[in-house]
Design a protein around this ligand. Structure first.
Ligand SMILES: Nc1ncnc2c1ncn2[C@@H]1O[C@H](COP(=O)(O)OP(=O)(O)OP(=O)(O)O)[C@@H](O)[C@H]1O
Ligand SMILES: [Mg+2]
Length: 227
């Protein structure tokens, strides 16, 4: 893909909850993410940032509207097809790192490559090289409980990068980190966004982090109010 091509777009995305507590989580969101971009999503707590990110990451379905990934509409696809697309093109870093506690750092990074069917030797080499790049060469065989918060978050980033996603989506990846670890994770994400063919979207409450982005999308009450 050429720099500046549209990787992902959201068209008139709405996410409505019915039932006991009806709510509109995302209200007619329209946005485009292009290669080479580092985009921050900001907004008050409860404004719908995570809800939107989950929909863009094909982890949740909108009530109406369309998510286009690399020019392909995703709403009519079944769950298996959406999972396959996600494994191939998207990486997701959750606010809590969600590492599997019984697996080592290396094994956590290995899992998405195994799911995608990569040969074991190649997958292990890649997992090891990603962890080394993220400064965790000597922590590969540690279990998550033997890692600090910042180290765990870096393992989660390595895992999200395992299948070389075009688009990395991160939900408050620095939310639980000290200043030093936060700065390191910010640098990693910004660097990734500017690699050829890639883009990074990050939800953050950190004003300085958002300010360092190429573009800021602001959400209030489920609506995008500024891009
Ligand atoms: N299952 C649910 N039932 C009712 N309301 C819900 C449900 N899930 C989410 N909400 C509401 O949807 C709104 C958006 O939630 P969301 O998690 O997207 O916000 P957010 O912007 O990510 O907030 P934060 O910054 O605190 O993480 C919130 O007001 C929340 O209370
Ligand atoms: Mg959230």
């Amino acid at each position: 893909m050429a720099a500046g091509d549209v990787l992902l777009s959201g068209e008139h995305i709405r996410r409505v909850l019915t039932g006991d507590v009806p709510a509109t989580l995302v209200d007619d969101a329209n946005l485009e993410i292009r290669t080479g971009e580092f985009v921050a999503i900001i907004g008050p707590s409860g404004s719908g940032k995570s809800s939107l990110l989950y929909i863009l990451g094909l982890l949740d379905r909108p009530t109406s509207g369309e998510v286009m990934l690399l020019g392909q509409a995703t709403s009519a696809l079944n769950d298996d097809a959406r999972t396959a697309l996600r494994l191939k093109h998207l990486g997701f870093v959750f606010q809590a790192h969600f590492l599997l506690p019984e697996f080592t750092a290396l094994e956590n990074v290995l899992l998405p490559m195994q799911r995608a069917g990569m040969p074991d030797t190649e997958a292990r080499a890649r997992a090891s090289s990603l962890l080394t790049d993220l400064g965790l060469k000597d922590k590969q065989n540690n279990l998550p409980r033997q890692l600090s918060g910042g180290q765990s978050q870096r393992v989660a980033i390595a895992r999200a990068l395992a299948n070389k996603p075009s688009l990395l989506l991160a939900d408050e990846p620095t939310g639980n980190l000290d200043t030093h670890s936060s700065a390191a994770v910010q640098d990693i994400l910004r660097g990734l966004a500017h690699e050829a063919g890639r883009a990074v979207v990050v939800v953050t409450h950190d004003a300085a982090f958002a300010k360092s982005a190429d573009r800021v999308i602001k959400i209030v009450d489920g609506r995008i109010v500024a891009t």
